[in-house]
Design a protein around this ligand. Sequence first.
Ligand SMILES: Nc1ncnc2c1ncn2[C@@H]1O[C@H](COP(=O)(O)OP(=O)(O)OP(=O)(O)O)[C@@H](O)[C@H]1O
Ligand SMILES: [Mg+2]
Length: 275
Amino acid sequence: MSPAPPPTVSRETPGGGPLRIAVINQKGGVGKTTTAVNLAHGLALLNRRVLLFDLDPQGNATTAVGVEKYTTNPSSYDFLMPGKEKPAPTPTQYDRLDLFPANISLVRAEMDLLQLKDHRDTVLKRNLEGQSFPHDVILFDAPPSLGLLTINILLASDLVIIPVQCEYLALEGLTMLLETIEQINPSLELLGCVLTMVDLRTNLSQEIIKDMRTHFGGKVLKTLIPRTVRLAECPSHGKTIFDYERWGAGARAYESLSKEVLSRIRNGQRKGARR
Ligand SMILES: Nc1ncnc2c1ncn2[C@@H]1O[C@H](COP(=O)(O)OP(=O)(O)OP(=O)(O)O)[C@@H](O)[C@H]1O
Ligand SMILES: [Mg+2]
């Protein structure tokens, strides 16, 4: 298969409100939350106003930015479910970074969505459209499944980032995931796949990077996220990597990812890409 061209992605400051970016992979433990959280703070440090939307009942993104999960209000569940008064997001300890935290109710959100008669997969999209936000970007952290929460995220987003763990069988399932995403929302654009937990000292990592680039070409972002103990540690301290170890390899990688994401968005704008 010949390498795919880089995607044309959406412009950065659309007239219609914040750019919405989903961080998705139905596979568990591949670095979705680590990427959503640190990209969110990375973009905020680059002067963007960012809203991190924790729609994973595990609530790991909420904890990772230092907010107590399951006790806080207002939550992403309150925003999601119809009939509820739409709350404002919670400011975090970081400038320009706000959060809709996960709380205990999110555990039953899939069930509640199933019971809705109509539009159960576009509730999030419609609620977002009915609200104005001062943010430049909304980043969604998704659960490791393709259930109704994830489908709502995919239908509400302009762009998708797919973290792929740099391990044996990394490519397996990725083509199918891309096809599934395309079926669910054909107007969603792939911002890129990002390789996570890369260990450049191993032949395995080198081979996987090569295979990914051969098969998926420009769909793979240039930035590689290294496997580092610091990235694994920082959520338990309720800090992003920029707060925990500003000048380490993990922070440098997520800073580079944040710049690459903005550059892809700007390139999309130059080409006049649709939203
Ligand atoms: N680059 C990295 N280096 C070291 N550890 C990492 C790295 N990225 C993520 N981890 C660790 O790997 C585990 C899984 O990461 P993370 O929670 O981000 O994945 P996830 O895809 O969101 O998982 P889930 O599917 O359960 O939501 C976590 O313990 C996290 O701290
Ligand atoms: Mg997660």
